[in-house]
Design a protein around this ligand. Structure first.
Ligand code: HAX
Length: 437
């Protein structure tokens, strides 16, 4: 396949850069660590490398050097759509090159070949209680598929080689990204549509096929494409990407690694925030807006009630970003174009006008602006995907693209098992008194 060959050339051409940095400049300092960072979640410590995306605190994410609007503009589009196919984006994430139409179609054909999920995966998910969280179902589905790992087979056969192991990571990665939307659609239909499953349409690209498989019409196809691309990657330090990288660094195969990443994504401070946002917004509507239109005063009161009860405002704040998340802006522009009069969109827009001021006055968060999760649920709700505990699964389908591209490169460049050093509290106390180590 041309993509794999292109990737081989890129990885082989890239390797000397990494080798040279370690051999000739390995002792050059690029950061120092404070006690605050050590206790406070390693915030901002420069200790991970990725060339797939970079997050600037002011500007937001760039995929392979391109902003979100630039990314959407440069990639081949789905037929009759303003949005690129997820397949084109995958090629771009992996290689950094803008695919031609033919490159994109090759990925499309390749994913079709790979997308049949073994029946034992569905059987495994079916044995779970129906009220299990869909993220637990997705994670278990991915773990179940581990049986098929080509990387694990290679390792078990004693054929692991540092130079070529990335090839089987790539194979597993492609299988995972091709199959995960099919598993997600299966879970959706199992949980919310009385198990009325819809077969894959072999003529549709990934986004359009996902829309089809959850019983959605044409309008939702772009929602799926946009959603999966926007949620794909946010450099390496976030919980889902970092966990995937960490677990794979032990040479656990991509199935184990991504199931672990999904388990991290399921946390309310990370991917589950999109579910929390909808929950918060609908409860607000039910409590305050039965007989009246929402007002800024009512929203201000509800935000303060949440903060005063010790909870966070979901969808606001970020560990790295210090401005409105461009992924929020991109989805907001979609709403302005396609659902400007949706009452929930109007309400979320009003929250956007009020929440940064409230959070600033509250005075704790370093970033009072909305993140990706503040806007995403509204779009799903508008198109009838109202089961908000499913929203993190949608995030997980998109995030697979970034995580799988990253670990393919991790293996290609032979990154080491991750193993930071721990210290004790007594050591920190001693160094605190001395003013340093
Ligand atoms: N509401 C209330 N308080 C908030 C807040 C919010 N939205 N965001 C941050 N804070 C608080 C923190 O809880 C922290 O309080 P303590 O000192 O009492 O612990 C303080 O402000 C400083 O936090 P920070 O340095 O600004 O932010 P962190 O890097 O610690 O945390 C989070 C970043 C995203 C986890 C945080 O902003 C948050 O909890 N936001 C709400 C949940 C959310 O939207 N998560 C999704 C983030 C994007 C993402 O990963 N999506 O998957």
């Amino acid at each position: 396949m041309a993509l794999k060959e292109t990737l081989r050339q890129k990885i082989e051409a890239f390797r000397p850069r990494t080798t040279k940095l370690v051999k000739e400049y390995g002792k050059v300092k690029i950061d120092e660590v404070t006690i605050e960072q050590c206790i406070g979640g390693a915030r901002d410590i420069r200790s991970l490398v990725t060339d797939i995306s970079y997050l600037d605190p002011q500007e937001g994410i760039r995929f392979r050097g391109k902003t979100i609007p630039e990314t959407f503009a440069c990639l081949p589009k789905a037929a009759g759509s303003d949005y690129p196919t997820v397949e084109a984006f995958w090629y771009f994430l992996l290689t950094g090159d803008i695919p031609t139409q033919a490159d994109m179609e090759e990925v499309l054909t390749e994913w079709k070949r790979r997308q049949n999920v073994p029946s034992y995966v569905f059987d495994t998910i079916r044995t779970l209680p129906r009220d299990s969280h869909p993220m637990a179902m997705l994670s278990i589905g991915i773990t179940a598929m581990q049986r098929d790992s080509k990387f694990a087979s290679l390792y078990n056969a004693g054929k692991f080689s540092k130079l070529t192991a990335w090839e089987t990571v790539y194979e597993d990665a492609c299988d995972i990204v091709a199959r995960i939307p099919v598993i997600a659609a299966f879970i959706y239909n199992l949980k919310y549509r009385e198990d009325r499953q819809i077969a894959i349409d072999p003529n549709l690209d990934m986004g359009a096929n996902f829309a089809h498989m959850i019983g959605q019409g044409k309008a939702y196809q772009d929602v799926a494409r946009m959603y999966f691309i926007l949620h794909s990657d946010h450099e390496s330090g976030n919980v889902s990407a970092h966990t995937t990288h960490l677990v794979h660094s032990a040479l656990s195969d991509p199935y184990y690694a991504y199931a672990a990443g999904l388990n991290g994504l399921a946390g309310p401070l990370h991917g589950r925030a999109n579910q929390e946002v909808l929950d918060w917004t609908i409860k607000f509507q039910e409590k305050y807006c039965k007989d009246q239109e929402p007002t800024k005063e009512l929203i201000t009161k509800a935000l303060w009630d949440t903060l005063n009860s010790g909870q966070v405002i979901p969808g606001y704040g970020h560990a790295v970003l210090r401005k409105t998340d461009p992924r929020y802006t991109s989805q907001r522009e979609f709403c302005q174009k396609h659902l400007p009069n949706d009452p929930l969109f109007k309400l979320v827009s009003m929250i956007f006008e009020v929440a940064p001021g409230v959070l600033t006055e509250h005075g704790k968060t370093k970033n009072p602006w909305p993140n990706v999760d503040a806007q995403s649920g509204v779009i799903q709700w508008h198109y009838g995907v109202k089961e908000w505990d499913f929203y993190t699964v949608l995030f997980g389908v998109g995030r697979a693209l970034g995580c799988m591209a990253n670990i393919t490169w991790d293996r290609g460049l032979g990154y080491a098992i991750e193993r930071p050093k721990s210290v004790t509290t007594a050591m920190l106390e001693e160094w605190a008194v001395k003013g340093g180590r």
